[in-house]
Design a protein around this ligand. Sequence first.
Ligand code: ATP
Ligand code: MG
Length: 441
Amino acid sequence: MRLTRFFLPVTKDVPADATIVSHQLMLRTGMIRQNGAGIYSWLPLGFRVLKKIEQIVREEMDRAGAIELLMPTLQQADLWRESGRYEDYGQEMLRIEDRHGRDMLYGPTNEEMITDIFRTYVKSYKALPLNLYHQQWKFRDEVRPRFGIMRGREFLMKDAYSFDLDEAGARVSYQRMFAAYLNTFERLGVKAIPMQADPGPIGGDLSHEFLILAKSGESAVFCDREVLDVPAPGPAFDFSDISALEAETDKRTRFYAATDEKHDPSVFEQIPEDRRVEARGIEVGHIFYFGTKYSGPMKAEVQSQEGQLVTIHGGSYGIGVSRLVGAIIEASHDEDGIVWPASVSPFDVGLISMKPDDDAVSAMADALYDKLCAAGKDVLYDDSSDRAGAKFNRMDLIGLPWSITIGPRGVKSGCVELKHRATGMKTELSPEDALARILEA
Ligand code: ATP
Ligand code: MG
């Protein structure tokens, strides 16, 4: 993509209500545009990151055996009356009336709708276990939308829903999501720690929030440092191996990790002092088992092997896809701007031409641009006539993992300058070697 053909409205002006660094950087780099309280447009640069995260989430859900579908944003109130949540949900729900006077709502979540789909089609235990998910916009009329897209009113969530014959089956489905989340966040280049969460009225131990440590986080977190070092299950993990699933969960849950809501100082203080971590965190995922909370009142039942009608056991599993864009920036930036993990970077490489009006420079830059593109890399090619300083600052600000600079001096010596954004390391080398270095990274 040539910068002169792209839409990248970089700006210095940031409103005073942008108090945290990710919000400021997303505005400065032209990733988002606020359209109303907690409502944003995703401009091209931001949209690319959002799509990359969505794709990684999709691949990891699929790997864990979940199946993607798409439910609408607008829902009928009647479904929510069946579960009793139409009244319970309160002011966070945006209620709408259509021209026929029917009560509708903009979905804040989809338990009722997925349960309705399930009960319509699934009648036998043979279809279980089943896990259906989608990635769809949600609306919650938050009292205090803030921090940009991190606490928006309209936001993109991945929500998965599992269906099992009994609690034992639901536990396995839960552990599958637990392991899938660890792999997902690992691929997104962030460390998200599973923490005990409030299981709600059902009780039990099957509720975890996944938090990324960051100064600006809304939750206070307390954990044993050891939990930070447990490696993710990895791409070769076998999601059908029930004892391996149990082991993955146990490896972490045996260490203390809780947010302020569940924190127990008396247990925390038993951890050796040098291992106690007190920090702040951003909730990027939440998984929980809710048993028959929806299947009971909504009559989602299947025939068991013995021919009995059984109410299914459910769980739901959310990931804040749009929130993650901000959370990743919170976890990965420096004084010059964003430092994207390679997996979610809006482009793989920035290519800076120092003198686009110089034919020799342009020829060299064009050739390298073509080679990078042919090798499957997404390249942002700065072919603008801005001054050098402005080009470098902008490239650092938007934080692509690699940038290559080509100028008249390099044309003479046959060299380009390759910069690695995360370390700041610069190397002079031939265009071929620069290409090879990027491809092997
Ligand atoms: P929070 O405690 O942050 O309000 P929640 O517990 O209400 O979140 P869940 O219902 O667990 O949220 O939703 C699943 C995920 O969706 C959350 O873990 C979070 O990452 C994301 N999310 C929830 N609310 C918002 C929001 N207002 N803006 C952006 N993302 C959100
Ligand atoms: Mg939550």
